[in-house]
Structures are given as C-alpha cells and as structure tokens.
Design a protein around this ligand. Structure first.
Ligand SMILES: [Fe+2]
Length: 478
C-alpha cells in the first residue's frame, strides 16, 4: 500500500508541538479581534457594473414647451443669512427677459427683480443665454412663488425661505454628492424627493454633471443635467461645492480656465462671506453655519483659501448657529481603496482648526460609496514622532462620505481590510442622506440607500452638538 502525503492545515497542526498549536490558536483569535475591531461594513448586494448616462431623448431631459421657454431653472441661497435667493435659468433661442416676478403666499402685490444674462463658449460649444437674478429682502419662513420667461412661455415655481437664523431653529438638510445623470442618478433624486423626512435644502458635495467624461467635455451634458435636476432645485436651494468634475481644465482643446462651465452656471453668495472666490464661502441657514471649501483650489498656508478659512472659523458664533457643518469634495477619512488619500494634504493643514473649533460634521463626496466615521482626529503627527494613527476625539467632527449619487463611473467596492477603527459604517451602495436638526443640542442623521423603501434608514445616528451637548454619541444607545 502506498502512503499518500496530505498537505493541509491539519498536517501543520499534527506535526506541531502542543505549545506551537496553542500560540497559533491565540494568534488566530487575536487577528479575528482586529478584523472585528472596526465598524460595520454593509453587505447589501447591488449590481457592480457601471451604468451609462440616460439617453438624450429621456423624459427627464425634456425641453419645456414654448418658444424660448426658460429651462434648467435652479435656485441657491443668495446672501449670508437666508433672506435672499439667486434664481438662474437658461433660454435657448434669444436672451429674453431677465426679470423674476415673485410674491409671497400671503400677499397680493407682485414684485420684480432684474437679473443679468451671459453666455460662454467652451471649445466648439456655445451656451444658451444664462440668466442669474438675486431676489433680496425676503421674509423668513415664508412661501414664495416666482415666475421667469416671457409671453406664452412663462414658467412658475415656488420655494420656502428658512426660519430666522437662531440657535433652536429646526431645519432639514438633504445631502447628495457625485450625482451625474444615469438611471441610478435619477433613482437617487426620486428617492430624495419621496423621503418622508422632506429635506428643505440640499447640501451638494460636488461633481455635478460629469460632462467632462464626454469628448471635448461636451457641454450639452451640462444642459441635460440642468434640466434633469430642475424638478428639485427649482423648488429648494442646493448649496454648491466644487468637485474635480467641475474643473473642466482641458488645455488640449484650448480650455485653460478651471471651473469655466460651472462658474458660468452656478453662482454662489461668496462675496457676502468676505471670500474672494466662489469656490470657498459660507452661509448661515436656520441654526446651521455652513462652510464650503474647495479641494481643487490652492489651500496651503498663505493662499487665499487658507487666509479666508483662518479668519472664518473665529466668526462662527455657536450661540447663534450651534451647528457647524463643513462641505468639501475630497474626503479626509476614507477606507475605500479608490481614490485613496487624495484629501490627505488638506487634512494635514486644516484638521487642527476643525478640532479647535469643534466642527460637528464634515460631508464629502468623490468616493463613489458611503462611509461614516467615528469622532476621530489625527493631528499629533509631526513627521519625526511617528504618531500617525487616528484617535478618538470628542472635539473632532464626524466625517461622512456620500459620493454615492449614482454617476456613470459606477460604485467603488474595493475597501481596505480590516475596516479601520475610525470607520463606523461603510457600504458600496447608491443613496442620499438627511441631516435633521431638531434644536441646539440634537440632530438626527440618516442615510437612505436607493434600493430600500423611502422611509428606511440604512444607517443613522443622533448627533449631539459639540458645544451645547458634548456627549459621546457612540456611548449612547441609538
Ligand atoms: Fe470627484
């Protein structure tokens, strides 16, 4: 009879001494503990392949009927405190009227505001007539109707202003990022619209149309994106942050002005917060102070963005606006493997301020997935001391990556393993989030994946304000 050599772990154990086996078992138990030491990784099954953009003839891209009818109507906050709105729209055939007619729900008198019109060229594309008009001196907490266009092509919309800025003003923000214009993007917007929590304003964390993925950055896809999201952004403000897909830097076709299409189409109230650039600015809205940063503008020491932020943080009065929220595109804490560490240089420079001034939450995009961190900081490292591991820090923000809007680049599902301890929850699924401020101490946060029913919270936590109720949320039963 011929003996057969069996190679397996059993043979390893059978040939080892009891002492060696003991240490192997202990090592296995310890490694399992490390693997389980992080947060939770969602295992929801979703199709991994990319989905293309919706075709040009899709109903969501339909041009409104009527000669020169206003299209791509969108609004954003128009001042620092929420008493103004910027209304933007495009007319395709001729400039037409620059006037916005508006009135409050409870008044008979109609008022008018005059805007300006512009066009821009990008390689072989010429834009339609882009109108921007600021409506000022609005009443807080009031429903307004507004009309744009001429003659038979007038279109009517509505919005509601936020409550007066104050410490206990409740307000509900939606958060969307990296949306694009695929069928998944459409699902994200629909899911947000139907969420029973009813977001009142969207905090948009960058990467809008993904037009730059097309040959010559086909700006027609900026137009289709504008028509696609009109159904939400004509009725509630979206607060804009720039992402890498807004750069449209294309020297190979003679386009060397960064952010050119975005800047022409999506104005923001940056002057009101003493910023010198529309890519970084701040607003107050209800009980929140929102700082918007640009991951793709210079941010090192002595740069305009650095100087502005240095002066901005001390201005935040947490007695007036208890909730301090920061928006930026590239995340600082991200345990997915792509894109990896792109936010690191900004983190090294700015993170000490975020901890010092006790930012409540940072929303980012860029990574096409979802992740929520623990309250951690990583500010001790000074090159020579080797202290480079994030540690729990109750003065630090929670970092939320929500680049899962559904764009044509698809989801990222490759994660670093084991899940780092700072990562509380992560999942490679499309969705949006809601940050629901109740008062100066409490806000309820929830993430809603597209494949669930509208009310389902796939991830959630109660936020306790860093100034008014500084309790470790992770120590409290949610
Ligand atoms: Fe991005």
């Amino acid at each position: 009879m011929v003996a057969v050599k069996v190679t397996s772990t059993n043979s390893l154990f059978s040939s080892a001494s009891p002492c060696v086996v003991f240490f192997i078992v202990i090592a296995f138990v310890l490694s399992s503990a490390v693997l389980c030491d992080g947060g939770k990784t969602g295992v929801y099954a979703r199709k991994p392949e990319k989905t293309g953009d919706m075709p040009l003839h899709s109903d969501v891209f339909r041009v409104p009927s009527g000669y020169n009818a206003p299209q791509q109507v969108h609004i954003t906050q128009g001042d620092h405190v929420g008493k103004a709105v910027i209304v933007s729209w495009v007319t395709q055939d001729e400039p037409g009227s620059n006037t916005v007619v508006y009135w409050s729900e409870n008044s008979n008198g109609k008022r008018k505001a005059e805007g300006k019109v512009k066009t821009y060229k990008f390689h072989n594309y010429t834009s339609g007539y882009i109108h921007h008009c600021i409506i000022r001196n609005l009443e807080y907490n009031t429903k307004y109707y507004y009309m744009v266009g001429d003659g038979d092509s007038i279109r009517k919309f509505r919005f509601t202003t936020p409550p007066r800025v104050g410490p206990d003003a409740p307000y509900t923000f939606g958060i969307i990022g990296d949306l694009g214009q695929t069928f998944d993007s459409n699902s994200t917007v629909a899911h947000y619209e139907q969420n029973p929590k009813k977001g009142q304003t969207v905090l948009y964390v960058g990467d809008l149309s993904y037009a730059d993925n097309y040959p010559n950055h086909d700006n027609v896809r900026w137009d289709t994106w504008g028509r696609f999201i009109e159904r939400s952004v004509a009725y509630q403000p979206w607060i804009w942050t720039v992402g890498n897909h807004e750069l449209d830097f294309a020297p190979e076709i003679g386009e060397t002005t960064p952010f050119k299409p975005y800047s022409n189409r999506y104005p923001v109230p940056y002057v009101e917060s003493k910023s010198t650039s529309p890519f970084w600015y701040s607003i107050k809205r209800a009980s929140a102070y929102i700082i918007v940063l640009s991951s793709y503008s210079a941010y090192g020491k002595f740069t305009p963005q650095y100087q502005w932020l240095q002066q901005e943080f001390p201005k935040v009065n947490r007695t007036e606006t208890p909730w301090l929220i920061v928006l930026m595109h590239a995340p600082w804490y991200n345990s997915f493997n792509y894109p990896f560490m792109e936010g690191e240089t900004m983190r090294v420079i700015y993170e000490p301020w975020f901890v010092k001034y006790k930012v409540d939450v940072v929303f980012s995009g860029h990574v096409h997935a979802y992740e929520r961190s623990e309250r951690v900081s990583n500010v001790a490292y000074n090159v020579v001391n080797g202290i480079c591991t994030p540690v729990k820090d109750q003065s630090a923000p929670v970092y939320i990556t929500i680049g899962d809007g559904g764009n044509m680049d698809g989801l990222v599902s490759n994660m670093s393993e084991p899940q780092p301890t700072y990562s509380a929850y992560r999942e490679s699924s499309y969705g949006h989030a809601i940050f629901d401020i109740k008062n100066r101490t409490h806000a309820h946060y929830s993430w809603h994946r597209n494949h669930d029913g509208n009310p389902v919270e796939a991830d959630s936590m109660w936020f306790f304000n860093r100034i008014w109720h500084r309790v470790d949320e992770s120590s409290v039963s949610q």
